[in-house]
Design a protein around this ligand. Sequence first.
Ligand code: CTP
Ligand code: MG
Length: 216
Amino acid sequence: VSVVGVIAAGGSGERLGASVPKAFVVLGGRALYEWSFEVLRGVCDRVVVAVPSETSDLRPQTSDVVVGGASRSASVRNALAAAPEASVVVVHDAARPLVERDLVERCIAALDGVDGAIAAAPVTDTVKEADSAGRVVRTLDRSVLWAVQTPQVFRADVLRRALDVDESVLASATDDASLVEAAGGAIVLVEAPRENIKVTTELDLRVAEAMLEARC
Ligand code: CTP
Ligand code: MG
């Protein structure tokens, strides 16, 4: 079994609005992507990082690097293409620097007999569905709702097939598991700590930095 890590770091970070792409913003003395890169490197045989095309000067020197695509899933597909030896793929977003080794290992272990095993936390907010005018349509049953994170671990052959779709389909997917689900794959959830937050805005960056500093 060859376990390959894929770090999706190819986004521009528009909502964060920093002077460099989000994955290259420094927090706690390291580029954002480096935090999860180190964790995945401890668990995987190899880690491939997908970066934005304009960051040649920022590129990690110590790892396999590919140029990302127009969408998140296109970046994952590009990284996977650089790892033909993979039998298991651990996909992780650079935007989640607080991931811990234990979660990655539990996702890999959960891949037994299924196509994918993905990190997710129970939803704590009440979630309502609304129409475009903001009128509430219904209140969803929170007890069956999960907020999905990364890592998302897949059998490599299944993920390759799921990503072999039109760019427009890739662009509309907000995670890789949804593409595997659409192809009929079986996915299981692995309960993850809510601490594994995603850095989207400046507020998230400040929270992540405080949590990383508290850890050291
Ligand atoms: N990502 C990627 N390739 C893309 C777009 C996103 O690899 N074409 C990565 C990002 O680098 C990030 C992860 O996917 O680690 C989750 O995406 P998101 O949080 O949306 O990051 P950005 O797309 O960079 O941010 P924004 O949407 O605010 O521009
Ligand atoms: Mg984005």
